[in-house]
Design a protein around this ligand. Structure first.
Ligand SMILES: [Zn+2]
Ligand SMILES: [Zn+2]
Length: 134
């Protein structure tokens, strides 16, 4: 599936080709912190279909406990997280779901990981009172 992505301010745009069935959620504490949210939703895009179309993201280099270093790309102006990838010769880009224009068309994530650090309520949003608008 071909998708288009952009940051909130619109300075950075990209396109990619993804497997819509490969959406997943990460509840690790690093993702909570780096997104400023309860969890992160992502989908991987192979390098072949990925292209930055405009703007230059800032790259934050994050070192995992394992020592692996990954580049986390975000818009230097509006701060939107866009993707992460290996620092050199990345085989794929892990796109941040919220930056994808077609995110509402993607099916439910297939898998959620690091559930041991999930915020307990995030495991059942159906129990939270709903309003169509604020
Ligand atoms: Zn931006
Ligand atoms: Zn994570």
């Amino acid at each position: 599936m071909k998708i288009d992505g952009k940051c909130y301010c619109g300075k950075i745009t990209y396109r990619a080709e993804i497997d819509p069935g490969a959406v997943r959620i990460c509840h690790c504490t690093d993702c909570q912190r780096l997104t400023g949210s309860a969890f992160r939703a992502v989908v991987a895009a192979p390098r072949e279909g990925f292209a930055l179309l405009s703007g230059q993201p800032k790259i934050y280099v994050k070192t995992a406990e394992s020592g692996t270093r990954r580049g986390h790309a975000f818009c230097p102006d509006c701060g939107t997280p866009l993707y992460s990838s290996a620092l050199e010769d990345p085989p794929s880009y892990t796109l941040r779901l919220g930056s994808i224009d077609q995110r509402a068309e993607l099916p439910r994530p297939r898998r959620q990981i690091w559930c041991r650090s999930a915020l307990p309520w995030s495991m059942n949003l159906a129990a939270v009172e709903k309003a169509d608008r604020q």
